[in-house]
Ligand binder design. Structure first.
Ligand code: CA
Length: 230
């Protein structure tokens, strides 16, 4: 699991509890206390899923959900709404604005985790899959193990994260900037050349038995993983 979760909740105690539990489960968590802050964060870095509190200080969670659904770039982000309201009419209203699911406070954290994962399994299966497989390469997130053709491949931590990120979007060109963001993080002070260095190391490890190169360099654009036969 390496899904990006945005929590929008103005009660610090609850958002910290959620952050702690989701991070322990491997999520990359960002927290916003208002709908306005959340909108800015979403524009900066699109999350894979949003857990959104209904009752927020100025614009409500429902308003934010509606705004996200009206923008083409944010329309498809899954949203789970948290609320103290349990009325059937409110539930329907929440789902009508485009929320994917709805959890009533007080809720148990394991239940919320399970619901979030269920939504992600439908919306972005590669984010929650325990084993990623592309060509003859397998990455097992639970065991933190990579194999090619059944033989284990030892990778450094950066190469492992880089491979995991590439394997989430096989066949798609990923720019150096996207790789930097996805692997090193938004705020990392890392040069784009660093990406090339780690791609080189990853290639070397994956091709240690003279197998084919699973990574294709696209000049002026970036890299594609797994768009050729094994
Ligand atoms: Ca609240």
């Amino acid at each position: 699991m390496s899904a990006k979760l945005l929590i929008v909740e103005d009660e610090d105690a609850l958002s910290e509890l959620l952050r702690y539990n989701f991070e322990a489960d491997g999520f990359a968590v960002t927290v916003a206390a208002t709908a306005e802050d959340a909108e800015i964060l979403v524009s900066e870095d699109t999350p894979d899923i949003i857990v959104l509190d209904w009752m927020l200080p100025s614009a409500s969670g429902i308003e934010l959900c509606r705004r996200l659904r009206s923008r083409p770039d944010t329309r498809n982000i899954p949203v789970l709404i948290l609320t103290a309201r349990g009325e059937e009419a409110d539930r329907v209203r929440g789902l009508e604005t485009g929320a994917d699911d709805y959890v009533v406070k007080p809720f148990s954290v394991p239940e919320l985790l399970a619901r979030v994962k269920a939504i992600l399994r439908r919306a972005a299966p590669e984010r929650v899959a325990e084993v990623l497989q592309v060509m003859d390469i397998e990455l097992d997130r639970t065991a933190h193990q990579v194999t090619r053709g059944g033989r284990e491949i030892h990778l450094g931590p950066t190469e492992y994260r880089l491979l995991e990120f590439l394997m989430q979007s096989p066949g798609r060109v990923l720019s150096r900037a996207q790789l930097l963001d996805g692997v090193w993080g938004h705020d990392a002070y890392v040069d784009e050349r660093t990406v090339d260095v780690h791609i080189g190391r990853l290639r070397k490890a994956l091709m240690s038995r003279s197998q084919s190169d699973p990574i294709r360099t696209v000049r002026g654009a970036g890299y594609v993983f797994g768009d050729r036969q094994a």
